[in-house]
Design a protein around this ligand. Structure first.
Ligand code: XMP
Length: 513
């Protein structure tokens, strides 16, 4: 396996993801853990040092023991990690005169046949993604430069004898055109077998769950989405008799959600399922609340209250399982609990109350959506469910800016259902990553059948993405938009205007709240 030492970059998990896409197992450890003592280090066949927001020029900036260079395994430094290697081994780092941000061309300028560059630089250049304010200005002894950009030297460096490499750019991000090839070459250098497949990931998650839970009882919160369903199926394989799934019908769900879940779990998978009708509880507590963070916190707390109450009824339940994914975590706090700006308190992470009587078990916490889908497929989950668009824990509440009422939720539910059915009918559903409707708290004047209307407006939003961390708005043909808009206005009494959202993420987020 490959050990990734995390220096706090927002995209460290992408390094892990790319490496796992190469069917190689990897683990992330935060830089301030005593790395030399971790079990992972003794199993590591290579190390990657991630990027990070700090400057190596500052005293007490994040670092790692120099002894990693004595382990005789390949090391790759990325951005901050690249600079750290140079600093630790005697090179020099300075503040760049010109910062490099975004798309950058780098040129190969060495005759060196480095294995890191195998099948790359076919036309002598590569398009990479940079994001740095400091730069290496003097190499440590033993290193040579392999490539540079117009602005900076030492974009790629190597110490071939020690198999230590540094890249100033980010090979893990999608914008580095051949980023994955750089990582693949590094995996080859480390001579690691590429056998980390969905089957193995699934088996290992099940094994971990067995060890973590032992003979204790677990309840698993279901939302109808892929993540909680896959979590439940993993638990079912790991600890079947001690698992009870709880589905909270909170009134914030999509059309017919409750029926589908009952069918899938009770009839299809034959897993113990309890449905709790909590529609009134949620609506009452959300009455008069329009602040998005308050809504999220209230919903998070209510979920836990219901789970704790149900756990009490079942007696001796120790764990609450949730389908939390990595993107749910990174925007609330970083995966290792360090600083990353809070964008939203996702209901199953930051939205949880501080004191809880149940321990959390979150087997998917370091995985991305597409990995979860592969695991779901391994667990024989039906394709229509696997390909279902993501749906947020706080449900329709965060698609209904302003105060939530039963009436608004019902309009939103109908409009959402029409949009989804339209996408399916036009074979567009699987072409977008997520599609949603937002009900605006704005009424506008319209005219229908010669009469004046004064009704709500809704927004259609659809995005393409790979993991929800960044997203592009999708665009549809006029005919599709017009048919959908007409259908909503004709069939949903209470909506008389439909808008289309053309905001990507960033700067927007996918959900409106
Ligand atoms: P944003 O709106 O943050 O959404 O761009 C990114 C993805 O995450 C989903 N989402 C959530 N999922 N609990 C969840 O389980 C939440 O609180 C939550 N908030 C957003 C959102 O639907 C999108 O797929």
């Amino acid at each position: 396996m490959i050990l990734i030492i995390d220096f706090g970059s927002q995209v460290t998990q992408l390094i892990a993801r790319r490496i796992r896409e190469l069917s190689v197992y990897c683990e992330i450890v935060p830089w301030d853990k005593d790395i030399l003592k971790t079990k992972s280090l003794s199993e590591a066949k290579a190390i990657v040092l991630s990027g990070g927001p700090d400057s190596t020029r500052i005293k007490k900036s994040p670092t790692v023991s120099k002894r990693i260079f004595d382990l005789n395994i390949p090391i790759l430094g990325i951005c901050y990690g690249h600079q750290l290697i140079c600093k630790l081994l005697g090179g020099k780092i300075s503040k760049s005169e010109k910062r490099e941000f975004g798309k950058t061309l780098i040129r190969k300028n060495s005759k060196n046949q480095s294995p890191l560059l195998e099948d790359l630089f076919k036309k002598n250049i590569e398009e990479v993604w940079m994001s740095h304010g400091d730069a290496v200005t003097e190499l440590p002894a033993g290193f040579v430069e392999l490539a540079s950009s117009d602005t900076s030297s030492f974009s790629i460096i190597e110490d071939a004898a020690r198999r230590v490499f540094g890249v100033q750019f980010h090979p893990e991000v999608f914008h580095t055109v051949n980023g994955k090839k750089f990582l693949e070459n590094f995996v080859k250098i480390a001579n690691i077998e590429r056998n980390w497949t969905p089957f193995k990931i699934t088996e290992s998650l099940i094994e971990k769950l067995k060890n973590e839970i032992g003979d204790e009882k677990v309840i698993c919160g279901l939302s109808g989405g892929v993540d909680s369903t896959v979590t439940a199926l993993l638990l079912n394989r790991a600890i079947k008799k001690n698992l009870t799934c709880i589905f909270v019908d909170n009134g914030l769900l999509r059309k017919q959600e409750a029926d589908q879940i009952e069918f899938l779990f009770k009839k299809h998978f034959k897993i113990k399922l309890k449905t709790v009708n909590a529609k009134n509880l949620f609506l009452q507590n959300l009455k008069g609340v329009s602040d998005p963070e308050k809504k999220r916190k209230i919903i998070g707390k209510l979920f836990i209250n219901v789970f704790e109450r149900e756990a009490k009824k079942l007696k001796n339940v120790s764990f609450l399982a949730q389908g939390t994914l990595y993107p749910d975590v990174i925007e609330s706090t970083s995966v290792h609990g360090k600083s990353a700006a809070t964008i939203k308190s996702h209901h199953n992470v930051g939205g949880l109350p501080k004191r809880m009587n149940l321990k959390l078990v979150e087997p998917l916490k370091t995985l991305f959506k597409d990995e979860v889908r592969k695991i779901g497929s391994e667990l024989k989950l039906d394709k229509t469910l696997l390909d279902r668009h993501p749906f947020p824990g706080p449900g329709l509440a965060i698609r209904c800016p302003g105060e939530i009422t039963a009436k608004k939720l019902s309009l939103l539910r109908e409009a959402d259902n029409i949009f989804v059915e339209q996408l399916k009918k036009h074979k567009l559903y699987n072409k977008v990553w997520q599609a949603l409707v937002i009900l605006l708290p704005v009424k506008s004047v319209g005219v229908m059948g010669d009469a004046r209307t004064h009704e709500y407006s809704c927004v259609l939003r659809a995005v393409s993405s790979t993991d929800g961390m960044t997203a592009d708005f999708s665009y549809f043909k006029r005919e599709f938009l017009s048919e959908t808009s007409n259908k909503i206005i004709n069939e949903v009494k209470g909506i008389n205007r439909v808008l289309f959202d053309i905001t990507s993420k960033p700067p927007g987020t996918i959900e409106w709240e």
